[in-house]
Design a protein around this ligand. Structure first.
Ligand code: BJW
Length: 256
C-alpha cells in the first residue's frame, strides 16, 4: 500500500468516526475478490455480449431460454463464491456506527452471507424467480427442475406454481423500474447521511449512480473505494484507489 493511500484511508476513517449517519453503496467490484465477475471491466460478464442481448425485458421476451441460461450459469458460478474481507469489513462497520445503511446494486447475496443484516438491494436477487404475470417472487427452491440442470442448460422454462405463467429471474433489467420501496428507502438514507462510501461501482448506471450525487448535494462527504477512477471520482471528497478487499478492512481498523 502506498503512503498516499494510507494517508487517505486515515483521513476517511476520521470522517467516518465523526459521522453518526453513514451510507454505503456497493457495486460489482466489491465482489470481484470473491470471484464474481464485474460487468464492464475487461473479462467482465458482458465482454463479448451486448447488455441488451441479456439484460432487458425485450431480450427475455425474444429468447427466454437464452436469458435463463445466462442467469443459471451465474447461479452455478456464484454458489462457490464466499464473502471476501471487503464484505466482512462492511458488516463490521455497521456495528461501529449509530446508523449505517448498506445499499447494493449487486444481486449475489454476498453482503447477507457476510453478516450484513439489512441490505437495500436495488437490482434484485440472483436467487429469486419472479412470475411474469402477477410479479410474485418465488425462491428458486420452488423450481427444483431448473436447479437440477444448470450445467448443461435446460429445456423447460420454469412456470409459476400458482398461475402457470412463465417465471423470470428476479432481477432489474434496463428500462425497468427499481423496486419502489427499496429505492425510496435508499434515497431517504442518502439525504440524511453525513458520509457516504461508494465501493466498486463504475457509477454509470442510473438511478443508482445518482444516489451519491444526491448525498453530496445534501452535504455528505463522499468517499470512493475503487482501484480505478470512475465517473464519480471527480466529485468525491476522498478517493481510495485500491481493491475493496484490502482498503475496507484498513478503513475499519483505522476507525477502531
Ligand atoms: C473494484 C475491484 C475491486 C474492480 N475492488 N472495486 C439517466 C441517464 C441516462 C440513462 C438513464 C438514466 N436513468 C435511467 C437510465 C437508463 C438506464 C441506465 O442507467 N443506462 C445507463 C447505462 C446509461 N437505467 C435503467 O434502465 C434502470 N431503470 C430505470 O432507470 O427505470 C426508470 C426508467 C426506465 C426507462 C427509461 C428511463 C427511466 C435500471 C437499471 C438496471 C441495471 N441492471 C443491471 C443488471 C442486473 C441484473 C444482472 O446482474 O444481470 O445491474 S445492469 C448492471 O450494471 C447491473 C449492475 O448492478 C449495474 C452497475 O454495474 P457496476 O456494479 O457499477 O459494475 P461495473 O462492472 O460497471 O463496475 C465495476 C467497478 O468495480 C469498476 O469501476 C471497477 O474498477 C471496480 N472494481 N475490481 C473494488 N477489487
Amino acid at each position: 500500500m502506498t503512503d498516499r493511500l494510507a494517508d487517505n484511508i486515515r483521513q476517511a476513517a476520521a470522517v467516518l468516526a465523526q459521522a453518526s449517519r453513514v451510507c454505503c453503496m456497493t457495486g460489482a467490484g466489491v465482489s470481484a475478490e470473491s470471484g464474481v465477475p464485474t460487468f464492464r471491466d475487461a473479462g467482465g460478464l458482458w465482454e463479448g455480449r451486448r447488455p441488451e442481448d441479456v439484460a432487458t425485458p425485450e431480450a427475455f421476451a425474444a429468447d427466454p431460454a437464452d436469458v435463463w441460461n445466462f442467469y443459471l450459469s451465474r447461479r452455478k458460478a456464484n454458489t462457490a463464491c464466499k464473502p471476501n474481507p471487503g464484505h466482512l469489513a462492511l458488516a463490521e462497520l455497521a456495528g461501529l456506527l449509530d446508523s449505517f445503511t448498506l445499499i447494493t446494486q449487486n444481486i449475489d447475496g454476498l453482503h447477507h452471507l457476510a453478516g450484513s443484516e439489512k441490505v437495500l438491494e436495488l437490482h434484485g436477487d440472483l436467487w429469486t424467480n419472479q412470475c411474469t404475470r402477477e410479479k410474485r417472487f418465488a425462491n428458486q427452491v420452488a423450481c427444483p427442475d431448473i436447479r437440477a440442470t444448470p450445467k448443461d442448460g435446460f429445456t423447460e422454462i420454469p412456470h409459476c406454481p400458482k398461475c402457470s405463467s412463465m417465471m423470470r429471474p428476479g432481477v432489474v433489467w434496463f428500462g425497468e423500474t427499481l423496486p419502489v420501496d427499496t429505492l425510496e428507502a435508499a434515497e431517504f438514507a442518502v439525504r440524511q447521511c453525513e458520509a457516504m462510501l461508494v465501493v466498486g461501482t463504475s457509477s454509470q448506471v442510473f438511478p443508482a449512480a445518482a444516489l451519491a450525487t444526491m448525498a453530496a448535494h445534501a452535504g455528505a462527504t463522499i468517499i470512493e473505494v475503487n482501484p480505478e477512477a470512475t465517473a464519480l471520482s471527480d466529485h468525491a471528497d476522498v478517493c481510495l484507489f485500491g481493491p475493496s478487499g484490502e482498503v475496507l478492512p484498513e478503513l475499519v481498523r483505522g476507525m477502531r
